[in-house]
Write a protein that binds this ligand. Structure first.
Ligand SMILES: C[C@@](CO)(OP(=O)(O)O)[C@H](O)COP(=O)(O)OP(=O)(O)OC[C@H]1O[C@@H](n2ccc(N)nc2=O)[C@H](O)[C@@H]1O
Ligand SMILES: Nc1ncnc2c1ncn2[C@@H]1O[C@H](COP(=O)(O)OP(=O)(O)O)[C@@H](O)[C@H]1O
Length: 329
């Protein structure tokens, strides 16, 4: 008897990510940008449980264990803060992932998807992409699809540029729009502290702001390339060297949209971080620490001195995978 028949449901987890380097090229005709990025999967994970239904419906709900259930955005016109719930309809990335997979498999079986969100929403850490990745892995097992990780990653690239990396995990160089991955062999662990923001940033708006800033400064965007020394430093987990080389082209636009990020990064440096940087399109901030102990101390100091939530994490973390059910669960 197979797991899915016996327990009736399948659970998968997938990691959030940070970009230890994010280089952005010129705007393309399709609205995307070519990037060269160094992804690092971190130990902050999303969990998706897929339970079969008798009918054809696909439903999405959030588990009560979720650390995040909504997100606040600043209205660009009025400046007012608006709270937006995570969409649970067909626009949810988990819903889209299940729909895409069953189309590919040629059936219309229904599924109830329950997401436990631990990755900040609209925070530049690929939380929605991790939900899509975990859903592909969970539903693929539930429906006995027999697809490889590579095949799931290819499907995932239709859902978002970051989805293939959430399936692969570890550390990888991303090119193209971020979906062409070259896995990086690594030894050693990196220790970081993540500071989520109260407000979210919409990824397309941050890319757009970068284009505007470049246009205003009459800066010609170059083809994106990564510093090979940084790639080597990540593969050997050389935190001090990484600290001197890490960079993010989306940091300036993200800071121009949320100026308080600058102060947050300064506070972290004073409190002992080796380096601070905006994660992806922001506004989560990542701090690099020397080791696990320093990361723990930094998180405590940040929480004591400011009213922020500071989460120690490590990486590289594994990509999307099934959780084994234990009898009685
Ligand atoms: C910035 C990054 C860095 O890893 O991640 P986040 O910080 O958002 O998590 C990624 O490039 C985001 O990836 P993801 O969030 O999957 O993007 P998608 O859903 O595919 O695209 C959303 C929108 O972002 C812009 N976009 C995305 C990727 C890219 N290489 N160029 C772009 O210009 C486009 O406007 C696109 O319509
Ligand atoms: N499963 C999901 N989890 C979170 N957000 C989702 C999901 N599906 C769709 N979204 C939409 O995508 C937006 C950004 O999602 P998220 O992946 O958390 O951010 P980021 O792209 O910054 O990593 C959210 O504001 C929400 O409207």
């Amino acid at each position: 008897m197979k797991d899915s028949e016996f327990f009736g449901h399948v659970t998968a987890v997938a990691p959030g990510k940070v970009n230890m380097s994010l280089r952005v090229g010129p705007l393309r005709a399709d609205g995307y940008h070519d990037v060269a990025t160094l992804y690092l999967a971190v130990s902050l994970t999303e969990e998706v449980t897929a339970a079969p239904r008798e009918d054809e419906a696909i439903t999405v709900s959030l588990s009560e264990r979720s650390a995040f259930t909504d997100v606040q955005f600043q209205d660009p016109e009025s400046g007012e803060t608006v709270t937006a719930a995570i969409p649970l309809d067909e626009s949810n990335l988990a819903h889209r992932a299940a729909t895409l997979l069953r189309q590919r498999l040629g059936h219309r079986r229904g599924v109830d998807l329950t997401i436990t969100k631990n990755v900040p929403v609209a925070g530049g850490m690929g939380g929605g992409s991790a939900d899509a990745a975990a859903t592909l892995v969970a539903c693929s097992a539930l429906w006995e699809a027999g697809l490889s990780k590579e095949q799931l990653a290819e499907l995932g690239s239709e859902l978002g540029a970051d989805v293939p990396f959430a399936i692969l995990g570890g550390a990888a160089v991303g090119q193209g729009v971020g979906d062409e991955l070259s896995p990086l062999l690594t030894r050693g662990e990196l220790h970081l502290v993540i500071v989520p923001s109260n407000t979210g940033l919409a990824t397309p708006e941050v890319y757009r702001r970068l284009d505007v800033m470049r246009g205003d400064a009459e800066v010609e965007a170059e083809e994106p390339v990564l510093d090979p020394d940084l790639v080597r430093a990540v593969s050997t987990a050389d935190a001090e060297l990484i600290a001197s080389l890490m960079s993010n082209d989306l940091q300036a636009p993200a800071v121009s949209m949320v100026p308080s990020l600058e102060d947050m990064m300064d506070v972290g440096l004073v409190d002992g971080a080796l380096q601070g940087m905006v994660s992806g399109s922001g506004p989560s901030v990542l701090f690099l620490a020397r080791d696990a102990e320093s990361a723990g101390q930094l998180a405590t100091r940040l929480e004591d001195r400011t009213s922020v939530w500071a989460i120690p994490v490590s990486g590289p973390a594994p990509g999307a995978h099934l959780l084994t059910h234990r009898p009685g669960e």
